[in-house]
Design a protein around this ligand. Structure first.
Ligand SMILES: Cc1ncc(COP(=O)(O)O)c(C=O)c1O
Length: 417
């Protein structure tokens, strides 16, 4: 029987206790057992997120700049900070609920830009590397666009000549990632920028993962290919606060190269009893807390705080990568540009990377399952400092077992992703 709403309320202390128990079977992310979903920057940042979110939890981002001048001050500052990091001298943008919404509204802007500038196109297409996030297809379904996915090159980055070959008379936009979720690499955005300019196409850079991380990795001396508004063909960028920007969940940024491009994002409507309704976001009510916590975290960390955190995380990544490369039969699949790494058997023909994944799952590791190539991926966050030794030891044992027994993946194994 389905439970009914309790007839009478209960003490909060009792409910709180009960709710804590619900997480018993969740992934133990605090112990570093996860591969994504949680991008933890430490307990101090968590407290800043929590308090700042609560301060503006009742305020509504739908009224930012009108009812709530406070939220607009904070949203504008966050966009300014990000524009600085992404070389967007004339960039304007908004805070959204997440990477998916940032991508959705950027594609909506690209579609409406094309409606104005390429009115002859009635079946618009968007060309994207195979490694691009599924959200592009989801947004395209809502927006009446067709996504054309193009196989990646051997270095697992977008294959720009192949993408050019996929452009048709219906193409309105190109997409590249910085970095893509499966492989952690930046696509050749400077080549895509030149291509977009040559063909007069919108170029969206999905920097949901590394938009607020890669600038610091680069400053630390890591090689990060160009991906931001310093490239003249880049029209829009999505960059998530709630991943490596270390904001509270429910916060991402979408930026446009200039106000003209940004003007295609809002939804404008007049034909109802209350007259003009204009809103840049998908939702009308938006949590003031996600705006406030973005502002708070960026100011709490500042440039030197982000740099120090990224130094720690990139060192951790390097240690984990070195550990994986030292395991006989295992290899890192790409040359990653951020904190996402993809790995699996070096002998893809004879060793089943998904069998290693299965064995790791049995040992309570929630890694990302990769089908192409067969193996695993993960995004590094601070709790992996605690788990790295055990992670590498288990990976070594599972890999040795799969190679020795010629074990194949169990197609019925429960999915952890
Ligand atoms: C590259 C990339 N783009 C977009 C998204 C979607 O972001 P969100 O989960 O915040 O909606 C993700 C999520 O992992 C991602 O990795």
């Amino acid at each position: 029987m389905r439970p009914a709403l309790p007839e009478h309320g209960r003490p909060w202390a009792e409910i709180k206790d009960e709710m804590s128990g619900f997480s018993t079977n969740d992934v133990k992310w605090r112990e570093g057992r996860h591969a994504f979903h949680v991008w933890y920057g430490g307990d101090d940042i968590f407290e800043v997120q929590r308090e700042s979110y609560a301060m503006y939890m009742q305020e509504n981002g739908g009224g930012a700049g009108k009812t709530f001048k406070s939220l607009k001050i904070m949203e504008d500052a966050v966009i300014d900070y990000a524009a600085g990091l992404l070389q967007g001298k004339t960039a304007v943008g908004h805070i959204t609920s997440g990477g998916s919404e940032s991508i959705f509204v950027a594609l909506k802007a690209a579609r409406d830009w094309a409606r104005k500038h390429k009115p002859e196109i009635t079946s618009p297409e968007v060309v994207i590397p195979f490694s691009g996030h599924p959200t592009f297809n989801r947004a395209a379904e809502y927006l009446g666009l067709t996504i054309v996915r193009v196989p990646v090159a051997t270095d697992l980055r977008g294959d720009v000549p192949a993408m050019e070959a996929a452009i048709t008379a219906n193409t309105i936009a190109l997409v590249g990632s910085a970095v893509c979720f499966p492989y952690g690499v930046v696509d050749p955005i400077s080549d895509l920028s030149a291509l977009a300019q040559r063909k007069n196409l919108w170029l969206h850079v999905d920097a949901c993962i590394a938009g607020l991380q890669a600038p610091f990795a680069r400053e630390l001396g890591y090689e990060v290919p160009d991906f931001d508004f310093s490239l003249p063909g880049v029209s829009s960028i999505s960059a998530d606060m709630h991943k490596y920007g270390f904001g509270a969940k429910g916060s991402s940024l979408v930026l446009y190269a200039n106000a003209e491009l940004a003007s295609f994002q809002p939804f404008n409507f007049y034909d109802w009893p209350l007259g003009q309704f204009s809103n840049p976001n998908v939702a009308s009510t938006r949590p003031g807390g996600s705006i406030a916590s973005s502002y708070a975290v960026m100011n709490y960390l500042g440039h030197d705080g982000y740099l120090a955190l990224n130094k720690r995380l990139m060192n951790l990544r390097d240690e984990i990568m070195a550990g994986i490369n030292a395991i006989p039969g295992l290899t890192i699949n790409s040359t990653p540009h951020s904190l996402i790494i993809s790995f699996g058997p070096s002998d893809q023909e004879n060793v089943d990377g998904l069998a290693i994944y299965d064995e790791m799952a049995k040992r309570d590791w929630y890694l990302g399952r990769s089908y192409q190539p067969r193996g695993m991926m993960m995004g590094i966050s601070l709790p992996h400092e605690l788990s790295k030794a055990k992670l590498l030891a288990d990976l070594a044992e599972c890999t040795e077992q799969v190679i020795r027994t010629h074990q194949k993946s169990d197609p019925n194994a429960p999915l952890t992703y």
